[in-house]
Design a protein around this ligand. Structure first.
Ligand SMILES: CC(C)(COP(=O)(O)OP(=O)(O)OC[C@H]1O[C@@H](n2cnc3c(N)ncnc32)[C@H](O)[C@@H]1OP(=O)(O)O)[C@@H](O)C(=O)NCCC(=O)NCCS
Length: 152
């Protein structure tokens, strides 16, 4: 598998719409569904921290991405935030999400962060297991969202 991790460019955002929809197919309540909302969300992620927005490519095709935020103000403490990670449905379970998280953590560490925060849907059991495996711990709940953190 020829996997490359690169910084996201503006031209990638169109292609991410399908990646995002396929990844969230069974998790409707935690995702945007209208195309214009998804595009707005991607633009927002880019603006938050363009250098912390990474994609995974296989044979030149973008099949996954992670969006970090080194400028985020956490609710409780100074954190590096991970806003989003998605892997296209047919590429799940191959270690690509884990690789992107490693890149995200390295990036946030390079920006001086010692704590990483993310929020995950309470019934998104796959993602919760994924994060737990990577060392994240649930610390709080707000509505349907569970806050998870990791010290790096
Ligand atoms: C969560 C997500 C990003 C994981 O990506 P992935 O590339 O499939 O994950 P990986 O293959 O790197 O898995 C890493 C570890 O996570 C765990 N994991 C991944 N998928 C799992 C599943 N379906 N069930 C249980 N554990 C799972 C495994 O322990 C795995 O380690 P192992 O391979 O040593 O067993 C992917 O499922 C996804 O895109 N989900 C939809 C979008 C989403 O929910 N994003 C999170 C928003 S907060």
């Amino acid at each position: 598998m020829d996997l490359k991790i690169k910084i996201v460019e503006k031209k990638d955002l169109d292609k991410f719409v399908e990646v995002y929809k396929s990844a969230y197919k069974k998790l409707g309540k935690y995702a945007y569904w209208r195309e214009k909302d998804i595009r707005w969300y991607f633009r927002w992620l880019s603006k938050r921290d363009a250098n912390g927005f990474f994609k995974a490519e296989i044979n030149g095709e973008a099949i996954a991405f992670v969006a970090c935020d080194s400028n985020w103000h956490g609710l409780y403490e100074n954190v590096g935030e991970i806003h989003e990670i998605v892997v296209k449905e047919e590429y799940k379970g191959k270690g690509i999400g884990k690789k992107l998280m490693e890149v995200a953590e390295e990036y946030l560490k390079s920006k001086g962060h010692k704590i990483i925060e993310l929020w995950v849907g309470e019934e998104n059991h796959v993602a919760r297991k994924f994060y737990e495996k990577l060392g994240y711990k649930a610390t709080d709940k707000f509505g349907v969202w569970i806050r998870m953190v990791k010290k790096i």
